[in-house]
Ligand binder design. Structure first.
Ligand SMILES: Nc1ncnc2c1ncn2[C@@H]1O[C@H](COP(=O)(O)OP(=O)(O)OP(=O)(O)O)[C@@H](O)[C@H]1O
Ligand SMILES: [Mg+2]
Length: 586
């Protein structure tokens, strides 16, 4: 058993069952032997298996928590109850671990089950999903129904997590609390709240406005989206980037269009990296989703606020925020998801000299423009818009991938909207048809840039600047492939500053070769310990000397893959050197 009873712990002598127990959910899957595994990895102490049941063609996402016996679980629940009801304030994770050790819970995986239930920033039975960076969305439509997730590689998957009615009600209340809100029969829904870690929560409580309690969590990426990250994912290309950069740098507004959850906000966030670093930027959003790759002291962040009174007084909406930005003399106005009055205010501002990027939910450009008209934007204001970008989700090489489907140059001709296609995606070849730069230079946006830019006065200038930026972005992408610092927003701002100071600084630096990505999945040491021994023997036999296996991982397609290093003394007898020697498949 995992408990070490310590005689010193007086509390352990207490009669059992004095405190109400806290239910701890331990997820498993009885029919695992009937599932063909497609991918597996670990998240904390839980194993995640993505697989296809042999009798059903749909993929499942299975959370397999560390196994615990019935007796162990009962004891864990009692201890959890004792901590909740006796300790005034649950301490941070470190303090909690100390208390668990005092109570004889020493096995890390058992400690984990209590910690994830009680610690402030953990999510109880949802913790493995919340900590899996591959998940974008977590959704539960009611009790007795499996929780579904959106996986960045496999799309929407059913999970083995199913809640009972009362349990789901409690979970929704707990999630609301973690987001600093409360739900009750009188206040049965939350539209937009922010959980620890920045994740976005929407939920309903009991059967007041829906059949039952339900929730949707949109995960917040732990690393912000930058142009380099988008380029490495193949969502943005240096060509598209160069065009949008010229637009954004010259304050021509850009609208990102797409369906729900297609990556609009993330793309808008990354595109803000094209704003010249010395400009002041304002963002307006309902919940903090932006993490802009701009200089922090040039960034004015604003969030909407719900009313604190029943008659709706005191609320602050997006349109008020956009107006408020003017006071801060921002030069770029970035709004997440225009859908009301703020659309009109944003258009007014970008038509009168402000730069801007915003997103709108629509199925294509025509539908987006129709929506804008419905929102009260007249034709004169519409003509202030220049760049249109549509982002969609595709399957590329069997995997889910975001691609910019189309980029258009927008204008209003004879009172009617006109869309000139600059880039269009071809899903069959996973490539783009691009308008030649000489033709781009004839487009309305290019002409507008020429009308006030000092550097770009002619079509030749435009083509030259476009080519320079295209080459620079391709260089940044190649640098980022080899050096993760180039994915970091602050670092990138520094690089763009260098570019503005000397646009040719990058030409003398050759990007290093990107490391081969042979290792694909997270380490699963225990399962592959066996292979590790074999690799060690192979290393000793083949390579001689003292060889050390530094990691044994599982590749997605084959068996175990090990990375082997050799210890060797430096020539002058100085520090020990480590040399990468190779990969070995078992
Ligand atoms: N280029 C990309 N490649 C892979 N994943 C991406 C990409 N862009 C965004 N994502 C992920 O997709 C999810 C949805 O992204 P995002 O919130 O930007 O979409 P959205 O269209 O703004 O959604 P909503 O309609 O809910 O506002 C997030 O988890 C995000 O990290
Ligand atoms: Mg969004």
């Amino acid at each position: 058993m995992g408990f070490k009873r310590s005689d010193a712990s007086a509390r352990d002598q207490r009669p059992q069952g004095v405190f109400p127990t806290i239910r701890i959910r331990v997820w498993g899957f009885r029919d695992l032997h009937r599932v063909r595994e497609v991918k597996s990895y670990t998240v904390d102490y839980s194993r995640i298996v993505i697989g296809v049941p042999i009798d059903a063609p749909r993929k499942l996402y299975l959370v397999l928590d560390p196994p615990v016996s019935g007796v162990e679980l009962q004891r864990l629940e009692e201890i959890a109850g004792e901590l909740v009801y006796v300790v005034e304030e649950i301490p941070d994770e470190k303090g909690l671990l100390g208390m668990l050790r005092e109570r004889g819970v020493v096995r890390p995986e058992l400690q984990y089950l209590i910690v994830r239930e009680l610690a402030k920033d953990r999510f109880g039975p949802l913790d493995p999903l919340m900590n899996d960076p591959s998940l974008e969305n977590i959704e539960c439509t009611g009790p007795g129904k499996p929780v579904t997730v959106t996986h960045n590689e496999f799309g929407r998957l059913e999970t083995n997590l199913v809640f009972e009615e009362e349990e789901l009600d409690k979970l929704v209340m707990k999630l609301a609390n973690k987001a600093g809100k409360s739900v009750s029969k009188a206040n049965p829904k939350i539209d937009n709240a922010r959980l620890p870690g920045g994740h976005r929560l929407a939920c309903t409580f009991m059967s007041e406005i829906s059949e039952s309690s339900s929730f949707v969590i949109r995960k917040f990426p732990s690393e912000p989206w930058t142009v380099t990250k988008q380029m490495l994912r193949g969502t943005l290309t240096p060509e598209i980037g160069a065009w949008l950069w010229l637009l954004i740098e010259h304050k021509l507004p850009v609208l990102v269009v797409g369906g729900m959850g297609t990556g609009k906000t993330s793309l808008a966030n990354a595109l803000c990296g094209f704003i010249p670093p010395d400009k002041r930027v304002g963002t307006a959003e309902d919940v903090p989703e932006f993490n802009l790759p701009v200089k922090k002291h040039n960034w004015q962040r604003m969030f909407t606020r719900d009313s604190y009174t029943l008659d709706g007084r005191g609320s602050i909406d997006l349109s008020q925020l956009v107006k408020e930005m003017l006071r801060y003399q921002v030069e770029y106005m970035i709004v997440n998801e225009i859908r009301g009055e703020e659309a009109r205010v944003w258009f007014q501002q970008v038509s009168s000299g402000h730069g801007g990027v915003t997103t709108i939910h629509a199925d294509d450009f025509e539908a987006a423009v129709a929506r804008l008209k419905d929102l009260g934007i007249d034709v004169a204001s519409l003509s202030g818009l220049h760049g249109l970008v549509y982002i969609g989700v595709y399957t590329v090489g069997g995997r889910r991938a975001r691609r910019i489907r189309e980029v258009a140059d927008f204008s209003v001709e004879d009172g009617r909207p006109s869309f000139r296609q600059v880039f269009v995606y071809d899903p069959a070849s996973d490539s783009y048809k691009c308008m030649p730069p000489e033709e781009m230079a004839k487009l309305r946006s290019a002409k507008k840039i020429m009308s006030f830019s000092e550097r770009i006065r002619s079509e030749e200038d435009f083509v030259r600047e476009y080519e320079l930026r295209r080459r620079y972005l391709a260089w940044l992408r190649d640098m980022a492939a080899a050096d993760p610092r180039y994915l970091n927003p602050e670092f990138l701002v520094g690089e763009f500053e260098k570019f503005y100071a000397n646009p040719r600084y990058f030409e003398s630096i050759t990007p290093p070769e990107a490391p081969k990505r042979a290792v694909e999945a997270a380490p699963a040491r225990a399962a592959f310990a066996d292979s590790s021994v074999k690799v060690l023997r192979w290393g000793k036999r083949e390579l001689g000397g003292s060889v050390r296996v530094v990691g044994v991982r599982k590749s997605a397609s084959e068996g175990a893959v090990a990375v082997v290093e050799r210890k060797a003394k430096g020539k002058k007898g100085g520090k020990e050197k480590r040399k990468f020697l190779g990969l070995r498949r078992e």
